[in-house]
Design a protein around this ligand. Structure first.
Ligand SMILES: [Zn+2]
Length: 275
């Protein structure tokens, strides 16, 4: 059996759970953020929902802070939810930043949010239509997340002899981004600047705790020379090496003199880049 595992996706929290969350919180839980969960117009007193119920551990497998050991009930419970303004809910779930916000930190924020509620003695009662809006927001957010594309690979250099870009990395403080590749050596035989392409390739990126991205490939060697004084019967043979593909080294380029008797006299050689 080689059946593809269907990703787990827990249901959105129930209306009762969302009401309980809002009844016990007043401000966004992000430290220092003073945004109330509802914006209240000072004149009309009309309240507008200004926040969302963020998951401490994502409800979709592979989502931010996904915890495979959580049961469905734990995942849907109020203890797994944090009321945040919309800006800060986007911040903690940003795939490039979520590792800055581990579950332990968000649970500390939650404790603080409850303490603030206790001190103020004031939370929010959420209408049925706002509960629906919250559920819709959670659903929409997950869809946005699932369709996110993150590009991690570094780009190869464009300039002649340039090194490749290092690989990107997403992860905790244990993760290390890849180094950029070395630039190609330039061997200049006649004082003119080199022009042959010799750029290195980009390294691939990597995701995960303690992950290490690959290094960019080195640029190929670049050699410039002037060949003069060909004798009758002599011809030049020029071979251009192929660029390295799929982790292989690039081919060497060379110029040789083919003498009248068919023998070869090597004149110039430039090595290909390393993967
Ligand atoms: Zn906030």
């Amino acid at each position: 059996m080689n059946q593809r595992h269907k990703p787990i996706r827990h249901p959105v929290p129930s209306p009762a759970t969302l009401k309980e969350l809002y009844a016990n919180a007043y401000f966004c839980a992000f430290p220092g953020c003073q945004a109330p969960l509802y914006k209240v117009d000072p004149e009309s007193k009309i309240r507008t929902l200004n926040s969302t119920a963020a998951h401490i551990c994502a409800r979709s497998e592979g989502g931010p802070r996904w915890d495979p050991t959580q049961s469905q009930a734990e995942n849907m419970s109020v203890s797994n939810l944090l009321a945040l303004c919309r800006e800060h809910s986007a911040e903690i779930d940003d795939p490039k930043k979520e590792f800055q916000y581990p579950p332990s930190l968000l649970r500390e924020w939650k404790t603080q949010q409850l303490a603030t509620y206790d001190a103020l003695g004031q939370g929010w009662s959420v209408s049925e239509s706002d509960v629906e809006a919250l559920q819709q927001r959670i659903e929409n957010f997950e869809n946005t997340f699932v369709n996110t594309t993150i590009e991690l690979g570094g780009q190869g250099g464009n300039a002649p002899g340039a090194g490749g870009g290092g690989g990107g990395v997403l992860g905790s403080s244990n993760s290390v981004g890849g180094k950029g590749g070395d630039g190609g050596h330039t061997i200049n035989l006649n004082g003119k600047p080199g022009t042959a392409p010799g750029a290195g390739g980009g390294a691939s990126g990597v995701l995960g705790d303690g992950a290490v991205a690959g290094e960019g490939g080195s640029g190929g060697e670049q050699v410039t020379g002037v060949i003069s004084g060909l004798q009758p019967g002599q011809v030049l043979r020029i071979e251009v090496g192929e660029g390295g593909v799929d982790g292989r080294e690039g081919g060497a380029s060379s110029v040789s003199l083919v003498n009248a008797d068919g023998s070869l006299t090597p004149l110039l050689q430039a090595k290909g880049g390393k993967p």
